[in-house]
Design a protein around this ligand. Structure first.
Ligand SMILES: Cc1cc2nc3c(=O)[nH]c(=O)nc-3n(C[C@H](O)[C@H](O)[C@H](O)COP(=O)(O)OP(=O)(O)OC[C@H]3O[C@@H](n4cnc5c(N)ncnc54)[C@H](O)[C@@H]3O)c2cc1C
Ligand SMILES: NC(=O)C1=CN([C@@H]2O[C@H](COP(=O)(O)OP(=O)(O)OC[C@H]3O[C@@H](n4cnc5c(N)ncnc54)[C@H](OP(=O)(O)O)[C@@H]3O)[C@@H](O)[C@H]2O)C=CC1
Ligand SMILES: CC(C)=CCC[C@@H](C)[C@H]1CC[C@H]2C3=C(CC[C@]12C)[C@@]1(C)CC[C@H](O)C[C@@H]1CC3
Length: 507
């Protein structure tokens, strides 16, 4: 075999049989990583050192910013969290050229049972938080999937899940932020204190300052979710019931839908309950041997009748984590096979960060060419039209549908109504496009134009192909620009949002 033939062969194995690397190396390393981080969190809590250490850790962030301030300020600032650890497919190229500020704040600081809030440092993950809150009978108002999403990333970006039709996006139930600004000062902001900064932080992608803690609203939690599955075989029927359920006066606590073809899908509505009723069976969907959730949902479509199940609370919150929605089937095609699940299911899923770290160039190229990872947010009345456009342009199934409320707050998400909120739907498209004529840039740009024209938004963890002008038309920069103008050194320290999320600064 020549060197070229060996390289081609290796590339073929890495692309077509990535599961070999994942099983032999990534799953065992992921397990070690999980054990280490669980032990570390446990020790920190037992020593009760986290709250006391917070002020010292914030001072360390301040002193790094002040050191930059005292220098020639020829570079800009970003967090030192490596791109491969972040929960998006891409990595920021700017991490290599900007001054990296270490914001290693990983702890849950305080659970305030009286005011129903939790104060967290930015690297606290959703998995860690739901584990901490559950024994107290509490939960975040919205728990964004996946487990490894961080408070910092969700505050600076956004978070959405199946209770967002009631509570809104992650920013809507955050009550206070503590930030280190570009002049090295520490400020707190809330709707009453520094409100401009408070409303400009969400969707700012770390371009106003470094988040060091956030106070987040929690809600009472019960042990189970009573989950009702309703299959539909006509898009207009599904869309009609989806909208009806989302906007009604007393909605179910959780709503989502999965579309399996353009005309068929399952609408799921859920409510917290303390006891398992006799109208459905108990289904611990988070157990290592359980079938992947989206596959279970698909069965309700095949059965074609309404069904009820009782699901443990945390299993529900993290229902799409074990299969990364349906993305893991491309990496481990037999991952949902009963033999695999019973023997090795407990090792799943591999860490997203390790998958990113070990991703071969050939896989990146393949994903660039023929893989979509996008969440488009459109006013819910355009749902049916949007699905038709997505079908024509991309044709990827399943599609995730999640209703959410955007409150009429100042900031980057401006809604076109005088009412105090507007209902949107997140259309999540993850997979290999089957539409004829699909071409990554032109097809995505057409979808982006559709979303913008219909007063929608694009989630920025995904690839955006908009120009700066188009981006500024999608997101209202009025308050954001005002805040950047008013904060000392802010424009020297941080680029605009577009400067951190556009396709050319990510690889
Ligand atoms: C700051 C804080 C204050 C709390 N106050 C109370 C209280 O007043 N009364 C009460 O009854 N319970 C309180 N709890 C929750 C209670 O301690 C939980 O039952 C606890 O997390 C379970 O501990 P465990 O020994 O079973 O560990 P595990 O069950 O292994 O821990 C649960 C998980 O919680 C996370 N976790 C726990 N502590 C921390 C931490 N300090 N930093 C980061 N992650 C962490 C970790 O991810 C860990 O894996 C509090 C928890 C925290 C974090
Ligand atoms: N269910 C959901 O809602 C899902 C949401 N997502 C998206 O994933 C992203 C979150 O992923 P995650 O890995 O947690 O975050 P990332 O590390 O991807 O961070 C996202 C952005 O927030 C900035 N940021 C993070 N922490 C801080 C901080 N302490 N101070 C200042 N800026 C900060 C980062 O800045 P920098 O570049 O300087 O590091 C980056 O620009 C969000 O964009 C979210 O919308 C993804 C999947 C599901
Ligand atoms: C619910 C919302 C709003 C978004 C869900 C997005 C996820 C489906 C993606 C977020 C990060 C993505 C990554 C991958 C698949 C899709 C996501 C989980 C990979 C695992 C795909 C394979 C690559 O080699 C690594 C990717 C890491 C990020």
């Amino acid at each position: 075999m020549t060197a070229i033939e060996t390289e081609t062969f290796l590339e073929y194995i890495l692309v077509e049989h990535r599961w070999i690397i994942v099983m032999v190396a990534l799953l065992p390393i992921s397990l070690i990583w999980k054990i280490w981080s669980t032990l570390r969190n446990y020790v920190v809590f037992k020593l009760n050192s986290a709250p006391k250490m917070h002020i010292k850790k914030v001072k360390e962030v301040q002193s790094q910013v002040k050191a930059w301030l005292a220098g020639d300020r020829s570079t800009r600032l970003c967090t030192a969290r490596p791109g491969w650890q972040a929960m998006s497919f891409r990595q920021g190229i700017y991490k290599k050229t900007f001054t990296n500020i270490k914001v290693n704040l990983v702890d849950v600081l305080e659970v305030d049972m009286e005011n129903m809030t939790v104060r967290c440092e930015p690297l606290v993950t959703m998995g860690q938080l739901s584990r901490t809150l559950e024994p107290l009978g509490l939960a975040l108002a919205v728990v964004p999937e996946l487990d490894q999403l961080t408070v910092g990333g969700l505050v600076m970006g956004t978070g959405v899940e199946s209770s967002s039709h009631i509570y809104g996006l992650f920013q809507h139930f955050c009550l206070q932020y503590e930030l280190v600004l570009a002049d090295g000062s520490v400020v707190t902001c809330s709707k009453d204190e520094n409100p401009d900064l408070f409303y400009a932080v969400p969707w700012s992608y770390g371009t106003l300052g470094f988040l060091t803690s956030a106070v987040i609203k929690v809600v009472p939690a019960k042990k189970y979710i009573r989950l009702e599955y309703r299959p539909y075989n006509k898009l207009s029927d599904l869309a009609h019931h989806f909208v009806e359920e989302s906007v009604k006066d007393k909605p179910h606590q959780f709503i989502e839908a999965l579309l399996f073809t353009k005309n068929s899908g399952v609408l799921m509505t859920g409510d917290m309950v303390d006891k398992i009723g006799d109208d459905g069976k108990f289904n611990p969907i988070g157990k290592w041997y359980a079938e992947w959730f989206f596959k279970q949902v698909e069965r309700h479509l095949t059965n074609n009748r309404t069904a009820v199940e009782y699901v443990p609370l945390r299993d529900y919150y993290h229902r799409h984590t074990r299969s990364f929605f349906w993305e893991l089937q491309d990496i481990i095609p037999f991952g949902n096979h009963p033999i695999f699940r019973y023997l090795l299911g407990w090792l799943m899923p591999p860490e997203v960060s390790l998958l990113k770290l070990t991703q071969p160039e050939a896989v990146t190229k393949l994903y660039d060419k023929a893989h979509v990872i996008q969440d488009m947010l459109v006013p819910v009345e355009h749902l049916e039209k949007a699905i038709n456009v997505f079908h024509d342009e991309i044709e990827v199934y399943p599609i995730w549908l999640c209703p959410f409320r955007v409150f009429n707050h100042p900031g980057q998400l401006k809604i076109k109504t005088k009412a105090d909120s507007q209902m949107f739907v997140d259309i999540g498209v993850y997979g290999v496009p089957k539409a004829k004529g699909y071409e990554t840039v032109t097809s995505t740009r057409r979808i982006e134009a559709f979303v913008s024209k219909h007063d929608g938004f694009q989630m920025l963890y995904a690839d955006t192909y908009t120009t700066l002008e188009e981006f500024r038309a999608m997101f209202d920069h009025t308050l954001y620009d005002k805040v950047r103008d008013s904060l000392p050194y802010c424009k020297d320290a941080f680029p605009e949002i577009y400067g951190k999320v556009n396709r050319s600064v990510r690889k």
